[in-house]
Design a protein. Sequence first.
Length: 276
Amino acid sequence: MLTRRQMIATTSTFAGYAIAVDKVLAQAIKTDTDGIVAGDQVVKIGDYEMPVYEARPATGKDHPIVLVISEIWGVHEYIRDCTRRFAKAGYYAVAPELFKREGGVAQIPNVQDILKIVLAQKREQTLGDCKAAVDWAKTRPNVKPTAVGVTGWCWGGSTVYQVAATNKDMKGAVAWYGPPARPYQGAAGPVTGFDLAKDIHIPFLGLYGETDQNPKPEDATRFGELLKQHNKNVEVVVYPGAGHGFYADYRPSYNAAAATDAWKRCTDFFAKNLKA
């Protein structure tokens, strides 16, 4: 059986998710914990204990909260590193392990089995666990509970649309190459980002790649146009020559120029909408 790394390296795409990840660790950016506090925590939801990874500045107060939503790989080291990056930028960041109810995905060796878990997850469960993570984050030390934003990559980017449309705590949303056509199965049937565009009224920033196949740039553009029909604070950026996973510095898809610009746009966006 292939190891997780071998499986990732030999698979190109599946169901719209970029998966090729050889040369992984050589490219990885490492964010240390100097000046921040970071570690694993648990959020209790009834009898269930949801693992989360948190990172926050070691000093100061009134830090805005950023909910960090992973790709299909769960809260692996790259997502933890991104969470620390937000802490370095002055935010309290929390990344919930949204697949743990089904046993988690970290030890599953093939992408088909991972996707069985991810794609079968009910919308209500995902949104409920995201809300629980935010409610818990608002009780953490030195946070500003009225300033909450959400961000996520790939599957997490699609989940951003769901959270932005339904969670009233949110003051801003940044989605990284999340397919707006991706359906979330719920009690009332499947719901896509396109379906929810009319319900996203908070400031929104979408970051996409020109050569991405899911979402294709025309899907990103269409989604932005739908958002702008009901929301005046929308920006959609499509990076020339960038593909899916252009921010993922542990993948060959990493595009340094696009990633650098997108990170600046993301942190500037949150500074404007959460820190002002």
